[in-house]
Design a protein around this ligand. Structure first.
Ligand code: AHM
Ligand code: MG
Length: 336
């Protein structure tokens, strides 16, 4: 039997991929692992804590169960802040960047961006949600306070990115630019174990993930693409099948393992789509490319987009290389 490899061991063993690293990135990934375990524990008890919450409400004065997405946000912030590897953090849940400038943080080299609980609409109905993270070297000098500029970097500058998927099992998937690996959490032991090594998108796919309720608002190129995917043509696996959970992490994970394409295009109600460039699109794009896939906004490689604001949204199309190329051809021919 092969020796099981824990996430902790894997992170330390792969530190040598970064000749310049002095262990901070290793420590940072370990903090994410720890926060992920804590969020996982809360999510698993979410239904139960609501039941107990009602009892508690009579006993504990005024203490209301915080919504899980706020709770996840607080867990990630406090866990990451308690250690000194980052000079600040940006979160989908915070309007502005959080700057950590006390003694333990002032010489830090990194900043992190998080979507603490992605797929919020699924939280209360027991469907998969996730956490997404993206790590950059700061641009400002260590020893000074981090600035917005440290966070408004192109996706191609990412040092690491990943997600936790809280599904039928909890899996942490990440890349540091040397491929993508996934680690499944064993709740009995309390550790993540390497379960998906060097993940690659299959060459072909036959699944598409899109909120088709928005169809009438989509640009013509996307409408034509969707109809093309639904047509019968056995030589290229058509018709494709549709899978859409409303959780990017879940849809992305499925498409990466089994082959597929995720689309959140612009529509008249969402002129730039819905997904956030910095918290959702860039980290997923980095993982996708490292797994042999692609990510585009329809015209540009997502990781080359110059961000202009923290909560900027962009259209997002991501999946197997071949499927994304087909989508780009439709957009070019029929318009975005
Ligand atoms: P959130 O960060 O507020 O949860 O929004 C992001 C989510 C994605 O996970 C998901 O793919 C998308 O929003 C679903 O949006 P919609 O309900 O419009 O289809
Ligand atoms: Mg989100």
């Amino acid at each position: 039997m092969e020796r099981p490899i824990t996430l902790g061991e894997f992170i330390v063993e792969n530190q040598k991929d970064f000749p310049y690293a002095k262990g901070e990135l290793t420590a940072l990934l370990s903090s994410i692992k720890l926060a992920g375990k804590m969020v996982n524990e809360k999510i698993n008890k979410a239904g139960l804590s609501q039941i107990l919450g009602k009892v508690d409400a009579e006993n504990v004065q005024g203490e209301v169960q915080a919504k899980l997405d706020i709770m996840a946000n607080n867990i990630f912030i406090s866990t990451l802040k308690a250690r000194g590897e980052i000079g600040g953090l940006a979160s989908e849940e915070l309007e502005d960047i959080a700057i950590f400038d006390d003694d333990i943080h002032k010489d830090s080299k990194y900043v992190i961006l998080i979507d603490p609980l992605d797929g919020s609409s699924n939280i209360d109905v027991d469907i998969t949600v996730g956490t997404i993270f993206s790590i950059y070297h700061r641009i400002s000098e260590p020893g000074t306070r981090v600035t917005q500029e440290d966070f408004l970097q192109k996706g191609e500058n990412q040092v690491a990115a990943g997600y936790l998927i809280y599904g039928t099992s909890t899996i942490l998937v990440y890349t540091t630019g040397n491929g993508v690996n996934g680690f499944t959490f064993d709740p009995g032991i309390g550790s993540f174990f390497l379960s998906h090594s060097n993940i690659k998108f299959p060459k072909d796919g036959s699944t598409y993930s899109v909120n088709e309720g928005n169809y009438i608002h989509f640009p013509l190129g996307i409408k034509k693409l969707i109809k093309w995917m639904q047509e019968l043509d056995e030589k290229d696996n058509r018709p494709y099948t549709a899978r859409y959970t409303g959780s990017l992490v879940a849809d992305f994970h499925r498409n990466m393992l089994l082959g597929g394409i995720y689309l959140y295009p612009q529509g008249s109600t969402a002129p730039n789509g819905k997904l956030r460039l910095l918290y959702e699109c860039n980290p997923m794009a980095f993982i996708a490319e490292q797994a042999g896939g692609r990510a585009t906004d329809g015209h540009r490689r997502v990781m080359e987009i110059e961000p202009s604001e923290l909560h900027e949204r962009v259209p997002f199309i991501c999946g197997t290389s071949e499927m994304v190329e087909i989508a780009e051809r439709f957009i070019e021919e029929f318009g975005n």
